[in-house]
Ligand binder design. Structure first.
Ligand SMILES: [Zn+2]
Length: 203
């Protein structure tokens, strides 16, 4: 099947407009690499991914095969159509300079972060800081214990694991190849990812 391929270096953002029916594959090339993601309707970006609606709609705390990605208007933006990792998060949010300073100390405030990647990438579409909402964290392992506690722990993603998202509307798909080095989400060593995009099969 013909596809377009992009390599996203460590710590960098990437985005593309996906047409309804296209599939995007994210490949964790070296393993244990968190990939933060946001989706916006390409026709009207006020409609965007909603973590809360997604969790409520599927009645489960994790994102995996079959998860429907729901917008703030309750519509299906896309679906997880393949997953060789088995565990993705949409509860723990993205890293930022400010949250790094609070969580890991003032000396980490000047390290690059996902929020800054999102600001940079969203600016290409006329969007800004206030358009950043709670995001998806592909390949990030945030187990929730029976008491409801959760924390970012070592990733279970092996080298070459992938996740496919097939979109059900035209979307602006934005990712941040997470630069975090203060917790285990990237194995303390941010690495490159590969992104593939292909068209739906002809009918
Ligand atoms: Zn991050």
């Amino acid at each position: 099947m013909p596809y377009t391929s992009y390599e996203v270096p460590p710590e960098r953002p990437w985005s593309r407009i996906l047409e309804n029916g296209q599939t995007l594959r994210i490949i964790d090339l070296e393993g244990q690499q968190a990939v933060d993601a946001l989706l916006y309707s390409a026709d009207d970006p006020v409609e965007r991914y909603s973590a809360q609606d997604t969790l409520r709609a599927q009645g489960s705390a994790y994102v995996g095969l079959g998860t429907r990605l729901i917008s703030n208007r309750g519509r299906v933006m896309g679906r997880i159509t393949a997953d060789s990792c088995g565990r993705h998060d949409t509860s723990a949010g993205c890293c930022s300079c400010e949250s790094n300073a609070v969580r890991f100390g003032e000396q980490t405030k000047y390290q690059h972060a996902c929020r800054e990647n999102f600001v940079l990438e969203l600016s290409k579409y006329g969007l800004g800081k206030r358009d950043i909402v709670s995001n998806l964290n592909f390949f990030m392992n945030v187990p929730i214990d029976p008491a409801g506690n959760f924390a970012v722990v070592d990733g279970i993603s092996a080298p070459g694991n992938h996740v496919d998202i097939t979109v059900d509307m035209d979307v602006i798909f934005v990712v941040s190849n997470c630069p975090q080095i203060n917790n285990p989400c990237n194995g303390f060593d941010p690495t490159p990812i590969r992104v593939l995009v292909w068209d739906p099969p002809a009918v």
